[in-house]
Design a protein around this ligand. Structure first.
Ligand SMILES: C=C(O[C@@H]1C=C(C(=O)O)C=C[C@H]1O)C(=O)O
Length: 257
């Protein structure tokens, strides 16, 4: 994890630049995941496969084991990373970094990964993937899921950094609504519709560019891209940005604790 430099360099522009760069990661991981069908067998609880001592789905098993291994090598030392299965994670063998904490200590209690996982399995996958099982590629499909879910989680929980900067820039305005525990007022104050419109347009454009088939035959006819740009824009509009703002509100409500 890179330190966010000294606090003076922390700005809304620098945070937004990171969100823009994270669009690439999300779109490329989405393109990789939708190579496979929904693979409902992966997420069926309890699993139709015999996983000794485990009652969840095959996907939960794979994801929990992956997070446990990543936790051992320090993934969750970074305030940018939030686990999907935070209970009983093993300690890191890597010592904590010497970065000056940017976020309020209450940031650790803001985790919307349960919502992210629910939306992902029940709404996103059926929207982007064909409904079928591909039993021969369960592990590869799950690996794509984990990469994409961690990219989505990192982006959505970046809302903590956005909220911290907005709080520092307009402390008095935010303080009055935090003390009143006024969620609606906080949501209104932190929302920038013009920025959201640019995000939706930019991710659609990126999806079109990143999803292109590249050939050496210049006369080849235009083929359908790997991912529907309008669906990527909808992903941001209906889930990613609202969940990011939810993280912002939840963080702000705890900012004066
Ligand atoms: C992330 C921000 O806060 C809100 C959420 C946005 C998003 O999720 O992309 C964009 C603008 C704001 O409505 C921001 O102001 O940049």
């Amino acid at each position: 994890m890179t330190c966010h430099g000294d606090d003076n360099k922390l700005s809304l522009d620098s945070i937004r630049d990171s969100l823009i760069r994270q669009e690439d990661t999300i779109i490329f991981n989405l393109i990789e995941r939708i190579k496979f069908p929904t693979n409902p067998t992966l997420y069926k609880q309890p699993s139709s496969f015999n996983i000794s001592g485990f009652s969840g789905s095959l996907f939960q098993y794979l994801f929990q084991e992956t997070e446990a291994l990543q936790s051992k090598v320090g993934r969750y030392i970074s305030p940018e990373e939030n686990p999907f299965f935070p209970n009983n994670l093993p300690d890191s063998i890597i010592p904590p970094t010497k970065c000056t904490p940017v976020l309020h200590s209450a940031a650790e209690s803001v985790n919307v990964n349960e919502k992210i996982l629910d939306v992902y399995i029940n709404q996103m996958l059926p929207l982007f993937c064909t409904e079928a099982d591909d039993i021969g590629n369960l592990a590869t499909t799950a690996a794509c899921d984990i990469q994409l879910l961690q990219a989505l989680s990192r982006r959505i929980h970046y809302g903590k950094f956005v909220a911290e900067v907005k709080f520092r820039d307009c402390t008095d305005e935010y303080k009055q609504f935090i003390l009143a525990q006024d969620r609606d007022a906080l949501m209104k104050l932190l929302t920038f519709e013009a920025v959201e419109e640019m995000v939706k347009k930019r991710v659609a454009k990126k999806a079109g560019v990143f999803g292109q088939e590249v050939t050496l035959n210049d006369s080849a006819k235009e083929v359908k891209g790997k991912v529907d740009p309008s669906l990527v824009s909808r992903l941001y509009d209906e889930w990613i940005m609202p969940l990011t703002k939810l993280v912002e509100v939840e963080y702000l409500l705890r900012r004066l604790d």
